[in-house]
Write a protein that binds this ligand. Structure first.
Ligand code: SDX
Length: 429
């Protein structure tokens, strides 16, 4: 393949396809005309070698362990900015000025309440319903309330829907948690920042004043930044595919929440903590490492490995640091789960099986320990991931809708089923 074209040889034909080179990362061969010119599809289940779209939002270099949002390294955004600044950057493409940030914070804050009739949805769920089940239902139902922001052809409505989603996700997630534990819902307060508001909506009770711990609020805000967007991962690709049909943004985000729930994706943080609890003590680690390596055992080391990162997930490093900050702030000196996690990481990073397959800790490895220490139940971990990832889903959805070349996503297949055959009446079968 030259820098300008890629040749495709099939039977006695050779067809050239244009090569597109991006700002960073691998070039792509544009094979949009492949079927038309050769009658052949590409075959790439799991999209191991497929770029599904062009995007300017996030770039990952899996070999170098680099994550950029609109060109800014994740560690700098997490260190110097806050989550709503990262949201502005993902949505608009540039870091906000002081005035733009103040306006954005104001607009998001004043969309944090949900329609009061939504409260009734919750009573239809069992108390022990998983918060992600509740969020899929409630977020999809937002389309039943906000008819004035479902026309995706109207830029104004797209932006209002985007602000509403970013603002209301914490409220819905907190309501799911409160319903689960049988406590009354806590309304957002406009004088609190995004993370502080979420902590208060989750942990305040009507019987006493709730005092936000600034160290925990800052840690949670940083955790939201780490989870905000991540290129074309499974849930983002789900949102893009749903959005390509013209479905309203609330329905698309509900689809993204459903995809994120899977244990191989956003559900890994919940399963990872359960795995650390199952391991329990450092001396049991070798047994679980052996299971992770056993092809006949479906067990995997949760929080390890990544489709793109073949080096450290940069988010995992920041999460590890945040984990220590939170445990220190809470006076948790020796958390056995942290001891297990650190020893598990040390052993795995020296084990041939993991080294050969370039399996490193990902963003989910330390997040569970951190969130558990902050008081969140394991079942809420993926919901927190969904709260943070909403801005990424929305930014990617908006980019797709605003792409003049956007088409409905409709992959083809390699058919290996039965050839055409005549119907057999049941009396003759
Ligand atoms: C997220 O895509 C994103 O960006 C996702 C995410 C985001 O921000 O949106 O980063 C968030 O989803 C992080 C990943 C969370 N998932 C987990 O922690 C679950 C555990 N990890 C694995 O299930 C796995 O690593 C995946 C799903 C993350 C990636 O799977 P791939 O890329 O399809 O790789 P694979 O399954 O083909 O694995 C390659 C090899 C296999 O061995 P061989 O067949 O070559 O012998 O590595 C092995 C796998 O068996 N392997 C593991 C392993 N992960 C991969 N073996 C043991 N434990 C693991 N965790």
């Amino acid at each position: 393949m030259s820098a300008t074209s890629g040749s495709f040889h099939i039977d006695d034909k050779t067809v050239e396809f244009p090569v597109k080179v991006g700002t960073l990362g691998p070039p792509v061969v544009d094979i949009g005309q492949l079927y038309g010119k050769t009658g052949t599809f590409t075959f790439d289940p799991g999209f191991m070698s497929t770029a599904a779209c062009e995007s300017k939002i996030t770039y990952i270099d899996g070999d170098e362990g680099i994550l950029l949002h609109r060109g800014y390294p994740i560690d700098q955004l997490a260190e110097h900015g806050d989550f709503l600044e990262a949201c502005y950057l993902l949505l608009y493409g540039e870091l906000p000025t002081v005035a733009q940030k103040a306006d954005f914070d104001y607009r998001i804050t004043r969309h944090t309440m949900v329609h009061d009739q939504m409260n009734r949805f919750f009573s239809g769920f069992r108390r022990d319903a998983h918060p992600m089940a509740v969020m899929v239902g409630c977020v999809g139902a937002l389309a039943a309330f906000y008819h004035d922001s479902t026309d995706i052809s109207d830029p104004q409505q797209r932006m209002i829907a985007s602000l509403r989603m970013i603002a209301k996700m914490p409220t819905i997630a907190a309501m799911a948690y409160k319903y689960n534990i049988g406590q009354p819902f806590v309304y957002p307060k406009n004088d609190l920042d995004y993370a502080s508001n979420f902590l208060r909506m989750c942990f305040a009770v009507p019987c006493e004043e709730y005092k936000v711990n600034p160290v925990l609020a800052r840690a949670l805000d940083r955790i939201f930044i780490l989870h905000a967007d991540h290129e074309q991962n499974a849930s983002t690709s789900t949102v893009r595919l749903a959005g390509s049909t013209g479905a309203n943004p609330f329905a698309c985000i509900a689809a993204g929440i459903a995809a994120l729930w899977g244990p191989a994706h956003g559900g890994a943080n919940e399963i990872c903590l359960r795995m650390l609890m199952d391991i329990g003590t450092v001396d049991r680690i070798p047994h679980f490492i052996a299971r992770a390596k056993d092809k006949n055992d479906p067990f995997r080391l949760m929080g390890f490995g990544h489709r793109v990162y073949k080096n450290f997930d940069p988010r995992a490093k920041i999460m590890h640091k945040t984990c220590h900050e939170v445990l220190n702030e809470l006076g948790i000196k020796d958390d056995p789960l942290l001891d297990v996690a650190i020893e598990l990481e040390r052993i795995a990073l020296h084990d041939e099986y993991f080294v050969e397959r370039k399996l490193y800790p990902n963003v989910d490895f330390y997040s569970g320990i951190t969130l558990k220490a902050m008081g969140f139940p394991t079942t809420m971990f993926t919901s927190l991931f969904a709260v943070a990832r909403t801005v990424g889903w929305i930014a990617q959805w908006k980019e797709m809708i605003e792409d003049p070349n956007q088409k409905i996503g409709r992959p083809r297949q390699l058919y290996t089923g039965a050839p055409s055959r005549e119907y057999m009446p049941i009396s003759k079968r």
